[in-house]
Design a protein around this ligand. Sequence first.
Ligand SMILES: Cc1cc2nc3c(=O)[nH]c(=O)nc-3n(C[C@H](O)[C@H](O)[C@H](O)COP(=O)(O)OP(=O)(O)OC[C@H]3O[C@@H](n4cnc5c(N)ncnc54)[C@H](O)[C@@H]3O)c2cc1C
Length: 396
Amino acid sequence: MEFEIPRHVNLVAQRVRQFVDNEVIPVESELLRTGALLTNDMLQELRSKAKAANLWAPTMPKAWGGMGLNIQEIVPVFEAAGRSLLGPLAIHCAAPDEGNMHLLHNWANEEQIERYLAPLAKGETFSAFSMTEPPPGAGSDPRMIKTRADKDVDDWVINGHKWLNSNGEIADFFIIMAVTNSDVHPYQGCTQFLAPRDTPGINILRDVPVMGSKDFGGHVEIRFDNLRLPESAILGGEGQGFMLAQSRLGPARLTHCMRWTGIAQRALEIATAYAAEREAFGGALTTHQAVQWMLADSEMELKMGRLLIHEAAWRLAQGEQARVETSIAKVQVAETVDRVLDRCVQICGGRGISRDLPLSTWYEKARAFRIYDGASEVHRMVVARDVIKRYGAAVG
Ligand SMILES: Cc1cc2nc3c(=O)[nH]c(=O)nc-3n(C[C@H](O)[C@H](O)[C@H](O)COP(=O)(O)OP(=O)(O)OC[C@H]3O[C@@H](n4cnc5c(N)ncnc54)[C@H](O)[C@@H]3O)c2cc1C
């Protein structure tokens, strides 16, 4: 395995870090201080600065104004951006747009590229990925999908109920997963459709309030009521919905891990600086072994997480699906970030709980990391299946 990051990519990561420190963190601090939410105007100002600094859309081709970095090269760049929750939004590598750009880049035809991907890559539009349904529909088990698309002469008519669709409040278009053939297994019977937001039949019911402060773009609940789309709205091919979903979700899980490592690393730096400065019981907190161990455990677990990310990224770069490796990384990193943030809040005491530091906001946001894009239990199931397949026969 080859994990070495080329020098020019490390320089890009350094520049992203400086950009986040100088431009993004002051905005983050102001929002924390006032309790205000990020507005689109504030985001567009950050994005203009990112574009001017040539730090835009790391995964998109240079011809479209992006940086043209591959899955291995983005590891340090996404971590640098992820040092603030606003960083990935600013340089255009935040979920769900980043995963949607990846999906469209691989599967959209020329007309769809021009209509959907080109403006999205430039940051002129936002997108949403519409897969999860409230019970009894598709959640952890996506095969339980209930949303249907039925053929009506030349069109497809979609009916269904989705929720927790990130960016749904601002998305200019939705990528919708629906059953197109219920006579076959969902893996062969589902299709993805591209639907502009203003198409009649897209009914946004509400933004679902979630733990912590409201996220930019929200996570909407939505009904598709006789949403009529032409054949040309199909992304990829009819019946390829799950194949496309897997091609999107595998790398997207890993890019989540890359960004999450950024806040955990910054949290460790904040907590260490506090512990070095703050005195209790005759010395700095850093002189107490219980604090030292929290710092050491956090550093060790973050290093392990990074190595798992690098391994999975390397496998994806070799053209492997890396299903098991992305699941291992997703579980380990999501749980590591939770633990690191918990320890860092503890080390910083009352200040950790206050909004003077970003730790408490991250702590709230990190709880969902173990649920979205596959709950930890589901990823453990994927890993366990592989273990049993490989070693089960040897038992007894
Ligand atoms: C902030 C946020 C953003 C999201 N954004 C999007 C989005 O943009 N688009 C989209 O389509 N979806 C999105 N989702 C939905 C997300 O992907 C789902 O919540 C997730 O896949 C779990 O599905 P569920 O909520 O229906 O949980 P359920 O399927 O109801 O599962 C509940 C719990 O059951 C347990 N469980 C499930 N299966 C097993 C098993 N095999 N073994 C043991 N335990 C198990 C797990 O602990 C799981 O958390 C988002 C969710 C959140 C919280």
